[in-house]
Design a protein around this ligand. Structure first.
Ligand code: APR
Length: 303
């Protein structure tokens, strides 16, 4: 079963924290970190100014370079099978904070206190207060042009699948249907007693929320660090990534697994892989084209 994980530096930090906290799943991070480590090393060779035409495979372009945009647009227009992977960066233009950006959630909050099953067992009220704060924030946000452009791409492409790490629910609000929310959805709750999953859009939510069927304690229906992803979502995502002609990656730092393995998996399966992101990431060295810029500006012009 694949659990949610991170890159080398953060992994080392968390492994140390987990070890000190005696949490079970350090093992699941180790072998993946080595691969991340090697790609991070490669990324750091270039340094911020060195972005240009270095690697034999990857071509990197700043700010929606017309050549790269034209090439990606042509690839998308000619493809019969397209997979898309999104992260917090696609919702940043809607005003939803990212996790690791300058104003990122993990800059001001400790993941191990808020986004692990152990944290919830220790203090469900604290965890729910944090998710309530995020729900209140997200409730005021709307999809942006990048979300809507992906709805249009879904309409145009014969075999399309959208895989998002985001729990903000903005993709379904925009109209995306061929979608796997692999880390869950902040508007869904799950009973810790009977396991029933339901939708609860109350803002604020009554803390602690109770199951309408068995009165058990409800938890956010979100995949926390060290927890396994839903096997159906995972299988659906892997098969889309392995069978696509084009994989488009938008707004993710590419350090949390298993999603961080998708670029190389698609590449190994012969797909054309492209990244649209504000900053360089470990994926930047794997993809065929990397376009640096804001999702709301770049994704719509790819259609
Ligand atoms: N347009 C495009 N990219 C952007 C924008 C933007 N407007 N704003 C930020 N970005 C990029 C950042 O450069 C960064 O690389 O989006 C990325 C966001 O990275 P993270 O904050 O790490 O978010 P994400 O990759 O989605 O995190 C993965 O980690 O904390 C867990 O489960 C959580 O799903 C989350 C997972």
């Amino acid at each position: 079963m694949l659990a949610l994980g991170l890159t080398a530096d953060l992994t080392a930090l968390l492994k140390d924290l987990y070890k000190r906290a005696g949490l079970a799943h350090a093992a699941c991070l180790s072998d993946r970190t080595n691969r991340a480590r090697s790609s991070m090393d490669r990324a750091s060779d270039y340094g911020s100014e060195g972005w240009g035409f270095n690697s034999l495979r990857a071509r990197h372009h700043h700010m929606g370079h017309p050549v790269a945009v034209q090439e990606l647009k042509a690839r998308l227009a000619g493809a019969r099978a397209v997979a898309v992977l999104t992260g917090a960066g696609i919702s940043a233009d809607s005003g939803v904070p990212t996790f690791r950006g300058a104003d990122g959630l993990w800059q001001t909050h400790r993941a191990e206190d808020l986004a692990t099953p152990e944290a919830f067992a220790r203090d469900p009220r604290l965890v729910w207060e944090w998710y309530n704060w995020r729900r209140e924030l997200i409730a005021t946000k709307s999809p942006n042009a990048a979300h809507y452009a992906l709805v249009e791409l879904e309409r145009r492409v014969e075999r399309f699948w959208l895989i998002t790490q985001n729990v903000d629910g903005l993709h379904p609000v925009a109209g995306s249907q061929k979608l796997s929310e692999i880390h869950g959805n902040i508007w869904k709750v799950r009973c810790t007693q009977c396991g029933q999953v339901g939708t609860n859009r109350a803002v604020p939510i009554l803390i602690p929320p109770r199951c309408p069927t068995c009165n058990g304690l409800l938890r956010p229906h979100i995949v926390w660090f060290g927890e396994s992803l839903d096997p159906v979502d995972l299988e659906r995502s892997f098969s889309a990534v392995r069978s696509c002609e084009v994989l488009l990656i938008v707004g993710t730092s590419g350090i949390v697994y298993p999603a961080a393995s998708f670029a190389s998996l698609a590449k190994e399966a012969g797909a054309f892989v492209a990244e649209v992101n504000l900053d360089p990431t470990p994926n930047t060295q794997i993809v065929d084209v990397a376009i640096q810029g804001r999702a709301k500006d770049i994704v719509p012009v790819l259609l």
